[in-house]
Design a protein around this ligand. Structure first.
Ligand SMILES: [Zn+2]
Ligand SMILES: [Zn+2]
Length: 294
């Protein structure tokens, strides 16, 4: 049936919830389905919520969001406290999304910079914990205090005989035991580490590294009572890299496979990773002259 005017009289558009809408003639029931016609509204991100663009059909009200932008995060000011005589470090802005890379402070004569701590304390008496290095996301405006240990960064390394003497921030080299002069090098091969000859004292207690000996930084592991070995030359932590093979590699993030217990017996250290990868003991392979996992 067609109205006397000969024209359809359409009702309002009804959304099909798929980017089209349909209107129906109230006189003859004819249906017309066409694409939605959108108006765009850009919603800016807030510190906590992402931003996006809303597209809303001006005819049926159907809408969808796209063009998402990340939440802004919150900016906090990180300032740095260093001792007199050490070059001041400008404050940095740390965003809760991305954080900052902590700077390395200079050191007074006779001291080595270990990292940053949130409260001042005397680490001659107290074992330092929670030393901050690398990436840091400030939880609020904060002042970080430079922490040092006495002693220059030495050219000579003393054999560790008691693991409880170790502290986070210690510089560590890993050598073959006894009379062997081999040490772990900075050469990261596909699946293991190269080995390079340094010089050991006659009683094996002092080691002078080669230029390419890896100087590792000891840190806290992710498992209680474990240590991590950060290798600045390869920008990563040593870790047991395989369940089925004796791969020793580095990677940028620290997890249980990079968290090692250190047991020392008769001057020989057994360094065992605590992750699920079962080839987890660092060893020197004297035949192949490499350092890998056992
Ligand atoms: Zn009609
Ligand atoms: Zn529509």
């Amino acid at each position: 049936m067609i109205a006397a005017t000969g024209e359809h009289i359409f009702r309002d558009y009804i959304s099909n919830d798929n980017g089209t809408h349909t209107r129906t003639c109230s006189v003859c029931g004819t249906e017309e389905t066409t694409s939605c016609s959108y108006e765009e509204t850009v919603i800016a991100p807030t510190p906590a919520e992402q931003g996006y663009t809303t597209h809303t059909c001006t005819l049926c009200g159907y809408s969808f969001n796209d063009s998402f932008t990340p939440a802004l995060g919150c900016d906090y000011k990180v300032s740095f406290s260093v001792p007199d005589g050490v070059e001041e470090i400008e404050p940095m802005t740390s965003n809760t999304n991305s954080g900052i890379t902590l700077p390395i402070a200079g050191a007074p004569e006779g001291y080595t910079f270990l990292g940053w701590v949130t409260t001042d304390y005397d680490n001659v008496e107290t074992r330092p914990t929670g030393i901050l290095t690398g990436t840091y996301i400030a939880p609020n405006d904060i002042c970080l205090i430079a922490l040092y240990q006495q002693g220059e960064s030495a050219d000579e390394y003393v054999l560790v005989t008691d693991p409880s003497s170790l502290i986070a921030g210690d510089k560590i080299v890993i050598t073959a035991n006894d009379t062997s002069n081999q040490s772990m090098s900075i050469e990261q091969r596909n699946n293991n580490r190269g080995s390079v000859e340094g010089v050991k004292s006659e009683d094996h207690s002092i080691f002078t590294p080669a230029d390419s000996t890896a100087i590792l930084t000891l840190g806290e592991g992710t498992v209680s009572g474990t240590w991590s070995f950060y290798d600045p030359a390869n920008s990563g932590y040593l870790y047991a890299a395989s369940t089925s093979r004796n791969y020793l590699r580095t990677k940028g993030n620290l997890d249980d496979n990079g968290s090692f217990t250190i047991a020392i017996s008769d001057s020989d250290a057994t360094i065992t990773a605590k992750g699920t990868n079962t080839h987890n003991i660092i060893r020197y392979n004297s035949t192949r002259k490499n350092i890998c996992m056992l």
